[in-house]
Design a protein around this ligand. Structure first.
Ligand SMILES: *Cc1c(COP(=O)(O)O)cnc(C)c1O
Length: 348
């Protein structure tokens, strides 16, 4: 019997890390930066009275501030509601050849979800046994390439020469480099956007800028790429960026000193914590992100995940092939990591 349900688009949604309601927890499961937004953001008066008006559809003030910060023109920057929104728009805009979109098997688990949602064929290419992406795997004919650099959940960063290698072998498709974690030690592909008009570099406020709750992401690239993205955006929702995001997003960029200070604190804590857990027999790939992807030769990651949770410490566990004995642990404050370290010591 035919029913309306036959014609419903059925999708398997992305499952984000848990946002527990429980109080007094240590939250190391979704890669937020523990230090919070800059004082400039916290103290900025937002005229809420103005919420009666539609915001600027072009979010010009925010776009201009981001463009200036990176030494670009305004027409080289596209903003969205978190980089998830930016990436979803980019999938819709750029991957329409009917050929396979290529990305690593171990990577941000939203890529395959968007590909399914937008009916984009795709192929997940296995990273090697050290979780490294091999550029040569991306030389073949395809409908586009996307990867995070540093990659998630491994934290491994590839050098600019690697990105260039991929670009040199993929001149007829769009290549997206998702730089959600680049501020924690990766090498940005941004200097290549003038040379490669098919390169889109995507960033987010959610990790290094400690503003996941506001939802701001952006893409940088050749002005033609940005125009095509804007055309799709204006065909979908003209007002993606709300007024507080535009104003507070701008303030964050203007306080570069605070930004660099908190990012450096995270990096220092990461390197200290890595040294400590290695003494306990854990290992993890070198991380250029604000998390470590750790495993232990003897102990079960799933059991540590559960024990940690019982002790109000939330980390991320992926029940997936190849990585089901790893934990992805966000770098919190020094005190938070000391507490987690004590727990790990007691488990070991
Ligand atoms: C967190 C993350 C994003 C999305 O972040 P938003 O909060 O939507 O900006 C995108 N890509 C990667 C690799 C991430 O880890």
């Amino acid at each position: 019997m035919a029913s309306w349900e036959d014609n419903v688009r059925k999708v398997v949604p992305y499952v984000p890390g848990e946002q527990p309601k429980e109080k007094n927890i240590i939250k190391l499961n979704t890669n937020e930066n523990p230090y919070g937004p800059s004082k400039r953001v916290l103290e900025k008066a937002v005229e809420l009275e103005k919420l009666k008006l539609y915001p600027d559809p072009a979010a010009s003030e925010l776009v201009e501030t981001i463009a200036n910060y990176h030494g670009l023109n305004n027409n080289q920057v596209f903003v969205g509601v978190g980089s998830d929104d930016v990436l979803a728009m980019a999938f819709m805009t750029f991957f329409n050849s009917g050929k396979k979109l290529l990305f690593p098997d171990i990577t941000y688990s939203f890529y395959d979800v968007w590909a399914e949602l937008f009916n984009i064929p795709y192929e997940q290419i296995p990273v090697d046994c050290d979780f490294r992406i091999k550029a040569a795997d991306y030389y073949k004919d395809n409908g586009g390439v996307i990867f995070p650099n540093p990659n998630a959940p491994t934290g491994i960063a590839e050098p600019l020469s690697f990105v260039r290698d991929i670009l040199d072998h993929n001149k007829d498709v769009i290549v997206i480099v998702d730089e959600a974690y680049v501020d924690f030690g990766g090498e940005s592909a941004l200097p290549l956007i003038d040379e490669y008009d098919n390169l889109l570099v995507v960033r987010t406020y959610s990790k290094s800028r400690s503003m996941a709750g506001l939802r701001i992401g952006y893409a940088m690239g050749n002005e033609r790429l940005i125009k095509y993205l804007n055309d799709v955006k204006y065909s979908y929702n003209s007002y993606t960026m709300n007024m507080p995001s535009i104003i507070l997003g701008k303030e964050s960029i203007l306080d570069d000193e605070y930004f660099k200070e908190t990012v450096n604190k995270v990096i220092d804590t990461r390197e200290w914590f890595k040294g400590e857990i290695e003494k306990l027999g854990f290992s993890c790939p070198p991380s250029a992100a604000n998390f470590l992807f750790m495993t232990h030769s003897r102990l079960s990651a799933k059991e540590i995940f559960e024990t940690a949770k019982a002790n109000k410490i939330y980390v991320r566990y992926f029940n997936k092939p190849r990585i089901d004995n790893h934990l992805r642990v966000t770098i919190g404050t020094r005190e938070e990591m000391e507490t987690f370290l004590e727990l790990l010591k007691s488990i070991v």
